[in-house]
Design a protein around this ligand. Structure first.
Ligand code: SF4
Ligand code: SF4
Length: 131
């Protein structure tokens, strides 16, 4: 099937999230779901991003605020432990950084080209309150 541009769809066109029959999708683990090629899960949007969040696990308290607030479900958490960011779907909005409560923050925004190892090595220090 030929691909259409976003402005070529008929009114009422529908993109299916999953291929084939769907049985009890809520009980099916994400990795076992048959996502269709036209779903937002399968399509990478990484090239939209100009800045990216970098996660520093040394300061994270696993509060899950970033996971709750991310509008793109791009924070990866397993068993209430934050693992990192799904960079295929993160759009670089910075909301996760805004809601992170630690001092210094456990997530910070950097340019898309920034080297993760070196930004973590130069992470800001604790912001002491003025006396
Ligand atoms: S920058 Fe935005 S899209 Fe990316 S992980 Fe943070 S909240 Fe989600
Ligand atoms: S908001 Fe910050 S401290 Fe809380 S889980 Fe996310 S990165 Fe960790």
């Amino acid at each position: 099937m030929a691909k259409k541009g976003w402005d070529e769809f008929e009114i009422g066109a529908m993109l299916r999230t999953f291929d084939g029959k769907i049985d009890n999708i809520a009980a099916t683990q994400q990795e076992d779901r048959a996502y269709s090629q036209s779903s937002s899960y399968t399509a990478s949007v990484a090239d939209w991003r100009l800045i990216k969040p970098v996660f520093n696990k040394d300061y994270c308290i696993d509060c899950q605020f970033c996971w709750i607030y991310c509008p793109d479900v791009s924070i990866i958490s397993r068993d209430k432990k934050l693992i990192g960011v799904d960079m295929d779907h993160c759009k670089g909005c910075g909301i996760c950084v805004e809601v992170c409560p630690t001092n210094p923050k456990s997530l910070l925004m950097f340019s898309e080209q920034a080297d993760e190892e070196s930004v973590i090595a130069n992470w800001p220090k604790k912001d002491e309150e003025e006396a």
